[in-house]
Design a protein around this ligand. Structure first.
Ligand code: SF4
Length: 313
């Protein structure tokens, strides 16, 4: 609730503070049990920082983060450990996120060992999660280099599932994979959610991927949520000009269904020196005087559909 994260930019030579930037700006979001919330935006929009804040890998500058009704914003280290059991992550790069010197069995077993599970329990759980991610149990005694990118990501997912978490944050979890393999991993995540009712926060720059998996979608721009809606409402009737531009850029194979493509001019402004007023006004085809002077607030325009724009629709 109202979560903000500031970073200071320092000179590498002298360690002097040069400026600060707001990576996440007053974000309020809720994720329901068993739901997939997609968080989408261009690189540098703050979505990965938001994921790290949820995981408590970085500390919020302002605001409050609750998990199952409990304030976890500033938990002491002892209680953080318990939280690690409940919230897990699947990383982007399946090539660097697995220790090449450990067998698959040991990679998956590591979190269980850290939480004091016994040998038999570990063995049973490794077999169980290998089955959930659809990898033959014989693979458990091999090393990561023996596997393709998609198989490695299955191992990463198995490791994340080992402790039976309530929430998994997937940070660009399919971005490093070929398109056909992406589809397999997305189907797998969808099956796992049906099977285990785990809650997913799925972070991606790829709207097609977000659409496939998400029940609700938050669109981020320059550290803020600019639109938040159920998947169907967002894709059928996007209200924010930025969302509309992103959706119009998704390739549509059926020529008869292709709409007019909206090309966004310019780049995302630097978060070190954000523009006044609406953060999108320098690129927005609908920008007016009011947009240059006042930042729009995220406001409900329909049930469960909010948008931060003075002139939505
Ligand atoms: Fe565009 Fe104005 Fe809406 Fe910002 S507030 S998105 S500049 S129309």
């Amino acid at each position: 609730q109202g979560v903000t994260k500031d970073f200071t930019v320092t000179s590498s030579a002298f360690g002097k503070v040069l400026s600060s930037l707001r990576a996440v700006n007053d974000v309020t979001l809720e994720v329901m049990p068993g739901e997939t919330l997609g968080i989408v935006g261009e690189s540098g929009c703050g979505k990965t920082t938001l994921g790290r804040l949820i995981l408590r890998l970085t500390q919020a500058t302002e605001g409050r983060i609750e998990f199952q009704g409990r304030d976890i914003t500033r938990l002491p280290p002892g209680q953080m450990r318990d939280l690690r059991r409940e919230i897990q992550i699947v990383f982007q790069d399946p090539y660097s996120s697995l220790n090449p010197r450990m067998k698959v069995r040991d990679i998956i077993a590591e979190p269980l060992e850290n939480f004091g599970a016994g040998r038999r329990e570990i063995q049973a759980r490794v077999d169980e999660v290998m089955d959930i991610v659809k990898l033959p149990i014989a693979y458990a005694d091999r090393y990561p280099h023996a596997f393709s990118g998609g198989q490695r990501q299955r191992i990463g997912i198995a490791r994340a599932l080992a402790l039976k978490p309530k929430l998994i944050v997937c940070d660009e979890a399919v971005s490093a994979l070929d398109v056909s393999v992406q589809a397999q991993i997305l189907n797998l995540l969808s099956d796992i959610q049906r099977q285990t009712n785990v809650t997913l926060v799925f972070i991606s720059h790829n709207l097609g991927v977000i659409r496939f998996l998400s029940h609700r979608v938050a669109v981020m721009y320059l550290g803020r949520i600019v639109e938040l809606a159920p998947e169907a409402a967002l894709f059928d009737a996007p209200q924010h000009p930025y969302t509309r531009a992103l959706i119009s850029a998704i390739p549509e194979p059926d020529v008869s269904r292709r709409g007019q493509r909206q090309v966004l001019e310019g780049d995302i402004p630097s978060p070190i020196d954000p523009p006044p007023g609406c953060p999108f006004h320098l690129r927005c085809p609908k920008a007016q005087e009011q947009c240059r002077n006042a930042a729009p607030k995220l406001q409900g325009i329909a049930p469960r559909h909010s948008v931060a724009c003075h002139f939505p629709g």
